[in-house]
Design a protein around this ligand. Structure first.
Ligand code: ADP
Length: 254
């Protein structure tokens, strides 16, 4: 059986998707990227092939910020192209993709044929990325799921004005010391992340249907906040954290 492998070495997590020749997902694998050494690429490959009895993929495509670390790849392709391919495969009606990962956020606009028409990216600062939420969660000893479950019925939770995560942390501590409720403040933090991202969506030129991918797509509070700001529903893409790896695997098979 012919197998095709897509590897996405992200800034925070590395993902792999193995496809068969019918474009069916055989298996997925994920692990922290860590310091970004070549071993993460090797370990991912070993993990995803462990039940394939010595089979080797016919072709491997690597993507993501650390794609050069995948020394067994036949080709490297940018994440933008791979996300586009992956999401369009899962959701043929997708016109736009919002991907929020560990250290960047991207907005990709697709044309009718599914080709990338335009995109925007924020990789300069933590605001509007997963690391903003990771820092705040760690500071208050919360896991990401607990943080994502915190929302408030208050339609106007605190506005966190700092876009820099270091200042935002100080702002949160200061609001707490003034006696405000932690849940309201953390809801405000998530609203601030959502607002940043919506600005990027509008900058690229909002079209819909829009799908949400990347690790942060698992955060329902962020998803709802963005939906409210855009005024349309924004479903989470299937295999949301794997869409670039899936796109890479599909391109490996083509
Ligand atoms: P990258 O490709 O840039 O490495 P990912 O798309 O894998 O990033 O996303 C990583 C981010 O996803 C983390 O920084 C974290 O904020 C977020 N994340 C991971 N798991 C969850 C979860 N269960 N709930 C909410 N957010 C999550």
């Amino acid at each position: 059986m012919a197998l095709y492998l897509g590897i996405d070495i992200g800034s925070t997590t590395s993902k792999a998707v193995l496809l068969d020749q019918e474009k069916r997902i055989v298996r997925t694998a994920i692990r922290p990227t860590g310091v970004g050494s070549r071993s993460v690429a090797q370990d991912l490959k070993a993990e995803i092939l462990r039940e394939e009895a010595g089979a080797e993929p016919v072709r491997v495509v690597a993507t993501g910020y650390g794609r050069a670390l995948v020394d067994y790849a036949d080709r490297t392709i940018t994440e933008i192209t791979c996300h586009g391919r992956g999401v369009r495969f899962l959701h043929p009606d997708a016109a736009m993709i919002l991907d929020i990962g560990g250290q960047d956020s991207k907005v990709i606009r697709l044309d009718e044929a599914g080709r990338v028409e335009d995109f925007g990216m924020n990789d300069r600062c933590a605001a509007g990325t997963g690391s903003f939420l990771d820092v705040i969660a760690r500071r208050f000893d919360l896991d990401l799921k607990t943080l994502a479950d915190i929302h408030t019925l208050d339609p106007t939770p605190f506005e966190i004005s700092s876009t820099c995560v270091v200042f935002a942390e100080t702002e949160v501590v200061s609001l707490l010391s003034q006696g405000h409720d932690l849940n309201d403040i953390l809801a405000g933090v998530q609203r601030a992340v959502a607002r940043r991202v919506v600005t990027l969506v509008r900058h690229v030129g909002f079209t819909h249907p829009i799908y949400f991918s990347g690790g942060v797509a698992q955060n329902e509070t962020i998803r709802r906040e963005i939906q409210t700001a855009l005024g349309v529903s924004m479903p989470r893409a299937r295999y949301a954290q794997y869409t670039a790896a899936l796109g890479a695997a599909l391109l490996a098979g083509e």
